[in-house]
Ligand binder design. Structure first.
Ligand SMILES: [Zn+2]
Length: 332
């Protein structure tokens, strides 16, 4: 009987460790200190990353900030040091706090799932996440639905990805080829069309994809402030545009003088995809672009430019008009 009890206890403790990499601990504090102990980095180490959605989600109907504060105390990670990163999620999404060791790619993800705290340990080095098997395996994790978010952001950080790229990822809640295109487009706009006194950008997000979230963060062009006008296009409408790979229009507009310029932009995804082997996991594609983030001209081109007057500016930005039609960029 006694042996049976011991066996049951052992199975209870070992089962999660053997089969899913989980560890069992009752409280958040226990999960946190076990996570810190299981990694080789120590408090205050610049190789230590804390990545979490804590500023956005709720735990038991309250905002999760107290959990974030405890994790900051244990890891020494701070926003100012660049090793405390966030990603946005809806308020009812499970809390995730990931402690990541840059020296070897080891990570522990602490999640609040229903009533219990769960810790999951795995290796997410760039080599690991570039294998399709990593993505198969991670589907079984509690944090599985956030794995792409966690792994790609952590490795972009580990590989020295720029701060404004990681900041774009916070709003978008992941780093994908689409967000990367927006990052490159934003820098292309800053480089080629810097604003002069009295001018502002209006981004015509048309067609619309993940790029819009990087444009909002880097250029402060938000829909709420009418710095971005979102106009979704159908496949038929896209096919009618007179140039290849349309990626939106940027208007440089002087509201007082009622003059400006429009620039129709193109983005070449073929060049981006050519940087990694065919059929690479999405995370590997993102990592392959990192050395080229300061070369927006390699991927982005201006397909057309045109003068703006008040009537054309209003037409392009208002509902019910196809901006390419008004700019004369439609095939006959
Ligand atoms: Zn995306």
């Amino acid at each position: 009987m006694r042996q049976k009890i011991i066996l049951s206890v052992m199975l209870f403790v070992l089962f999660p460790l053997l089969f899913s990499g989980n560890s069992v601990a009752a409280t958040y504090e226990e999960n946190l200190s076990q996570a810190v102990q299981s990694l080789s980095v120590r408090k205050g180490d610049a190789n230590f990353l804390l990545l979490t959605n804590a500023p956005y989600v709720k735990v038991d109907s309250s905002f999760a900030l107290p959990y974030l504060e405890k994790a900051q105390e244990q890891t020494g990670c701070t926003v100012g040091k660049g090793n405390l990163l966030f990603f946005q999620r809806a308020q009812d999404h499970p809390l995730r706090l990931m402690l990541f060791d840059k020296t070897n790619g080891n990570a522990v993800i602490i999640s609040k799932e229903e009533k219990q705290w769960v810790s999951e340990k795995l290796n997410m080095s760039p080599a690991e996440i570039s294998k399709p098997s990593f993505w198969e395996k991670s589907k079984g994790f509690f944090a599985g639905k956030d794995m792409f978010t966690l792994a790609a952001i952590a490795d972009v950080w580990a590989e020295g990805g720029p701060y404004d790229f990681l900041k774009s990822a916070e709003l978008h809640n992941h780093i994908c080829p689409g967000l990367t295109s927006g990052y490159l487009i934003a820098h292309y706009i800053q480089n080629h069309y810097p604003l002069k006194e009295g001018e502002r950008y209006t981004i015509i997000a048309s067609p619309t994809w993940c790029k819009e979230d990087a444009l909002q963060v880097l250029l402060d062009c938000t829909p709420g402030k009418q710095g971005m006008v979102v106009k979704h296009l159908s496949k038929v409408q896209i096919d009618r545009i007179s140039f290849a790979d349309p990626a939106g229009i940027v208007l440089v507009w002087d509201e007082k003088r009622k003059v400006g310029k429009g620039y129709a932009l193109a983005f070449d995804f073929k060049k981006l995809k050519a940087l990694s082997p065919k059929d690479s996991p999405k995370a590997a594609t993102v990592l392959s672009v990192l050395p080229h983030l300061d070369e927006p001209d390699r991927f982005v081109t201006t397909a057309a430019e045109f003068d703006l007057n008040e009537g054309l500016y209003d037409g392009i930005t208002q509902a019910g008009e196809n901006p390419y039609e008004l700019a004369g960029l439609i095939k006959n």
